[in-house]
Design a binder for this molecule. Structure first.
Ligand code: GDD
Ligand code: MN
Length: 427
């Protein structure tokens, strides 16, 4: 491996910054660009390796991990690497400690995220800001032994596209996991193998959060992870040729706490299903024609639930056996309740990836108002199309109504996609 010394700052192009300032947080889709658009110059790559260290409440570990990684990499690739801490505004002030370390460790960069959360997206945001040709990730809590990094780098240098630290190959293991944790970990792997054999079957430890990948394998792919398992996303959506695995022992955590809860298991299953759908036949077709079929199907299902809600409310308000309010007034209320129902499901399901990045109440309210306006316009369109089709094309009111509903649904979907749930700068 080339070890020519380069002055530390030379590797940094775009974000060559004031000492101590934070990296700005990339916004928009979780997509990694090629080096020329990051550094402005693809031929003169000086940062060989960008290692992201995601942190949440790691105040007790951050100094140690930075110091160990720095001395390791200063020996092997001095000046040709960068360490990128991505902290989600930890209440224990991890970001502040990391920031103060930048003076001592010139290869260190720090990103403090305040509008977005989650391990996987933290890693991708870090990679988006990275200037290296090889991208990597390691936990901050020293459970991933740092020295293994050199073997991973070597594997990449010897031609691997992806080098994964694995607990399940020669030299690997877990230090003292309970039977329950082992069982859950293996059960999760088995489920993944059944749902996504082409992804999980390629590595012995698909749950690993310690790996290196060549930038070119993931360039241009929109990574869309849920929860913790970023490696699945890289293998599932990236173009990954040769994979190398290096055994490691997952050490016990000495400081701080693990952030794993039951939610991570639910997220994991959700992630598998999502990856299955989007990398399957339909997903590829959807990409080719540039229309989000999966999203549209979810939108349609939510629409169906709205019909049901509308009916129930109409019954409760206007039926002679219930409140027997006037029909028009009841229908307006029923329609509005259905719109609210649809909005909520679309916000937490159909467009979850977008709304998760824009969680403030005011942002949600804005989306709701836009959705409401667009749906009302959709209703007008519905009536117009019904009349046109019925009077001039097919003189059957039910067929005409179906056509009108179909057109209004596509309208509602498309305009909401473009206007209500769009990724905007969240400042
Ligand atoms: N920025 C950010 N945001 N970092 C986070 C978040 C988050 O929401 N949640 C966790 N982290 C950081 C932690 O601070 C730590 O550095 C790392 O991500 C892993 O989190 P842990 O909570 O320590 O996870 P773990 O020890 O249970 O699991 C790890 O090992 C598994 C087995 O190899 C993770 O690396 C898993 O990805 C891995 O599969
Ligand atoms: Mn950990």
């Amino acid at each position: 491996m080339a070890t020519c010394a380069v002055s530390p700052q030379n590797g940094f192009y775009m974000n060559s910054i004031q000492p101590n300032s934070f990296l700005s947080v990339p916004t928009g889709p979780l997509q990694i660009s090629d080096l020329s658009s990051v550094t402005g110059n693809a031929d003169n790559v000086l940062t060989l390796f960008s290692l992201v260290i995601p942190t949440y409440n790691e105040a007790a570990n951050i100094q140690k991990i930075i110091s160990v990684l720095s001395s390791l990499l200063d020996e092997t690739i001095p000046g040709k690497y960068e360490l990128i801490v991505v902290d989600d505004d930890s209440p224990d002030g991890t970001w502040k400690i990391a920031q103060s370390l930048m003076v001592k460790y010139p290869q260190l960069r720090v990103m403090r995220r305040q509008d977005e959360r989650g391990l996987s997206s933290a890693v991708i945001r870090g990679w988006q800001a990275a200037t290296g040709d090889v991208l990597g990730v390691i936990d901050a809590d020293l459970q991933h032994p740092p020295h293994v990094l050199l073997q991973l780098l070597q594997a990449i240098q010897q031609g691997a596209d992806l080098a994964v630290a694995s607990r399940h190959v020669e030299g690997g293991g877990v230090s003292s996991w309970s039977f329950m944790r082992r069982f859950l970990s293996r059960g999760a792997q088995l489920l993944g193998l059944i749902l996504l054999p082409g992804v999980l079957g390629r590595v012995s430890d698909p749950m690993s959060g310690y790996f290196l990948v060549r930038r070119r394998c993931v360039v241009g792919k929109i990574l869309n992870p849920v929860g913790y398992k970023i490696l699945l996303e890289v293998i599932g959506r990236g173009i990954v040729g040769k994979i190398a695995e290096v055994g490691y022992v997952f050490c016990e955590r000495k400081e701080g706490e693990s952030k794993v809860t039951w939610k991570q298991y639910v997220d994991y299953i959700h992630h598998l299903i999502r990856l299955r759908l989007s990398t399957g036949f339909l997903g590829q077709f959807s990409q080719r024609i540039g229309f989000p079929i999966g999203r549209f199907v979810r939108f349609g299902l939510v629409g169906f639930s709205g019909v049901f809600v509308d009916m129930v409310v109409l019954y409760l308000l206007s039926d002679p056996t219930t409140l027997s309010l006037p029909l028009t007034r009841s229908k307006i209320i029923a329609g509005e309740v259905a719109i609210l129902n649809n909005f909520l499901w679309n916000d937490i399901w159909t467009f979850a990836d977008v709304s998760r990045a824009q969680l403030q109440g005011s942002q949600r309210l804005k989306r709701f108002l836009k959705f409401n306006m667009i749906c009302l316009a959709g209703l007008v369109l519905n009536v117009l199309v019904l009349n046109l089709v019925f009077n001039f094309v097919i003189p059957n009111r039910y067929v005409a109504n179906l056509i009108a509903i179909a057109i209004a649904t596509v309208w509602n979907f498309w305009v909401n996609l473009k206007l209500s749930w769009r990724v905007t700068q969240v400042k």
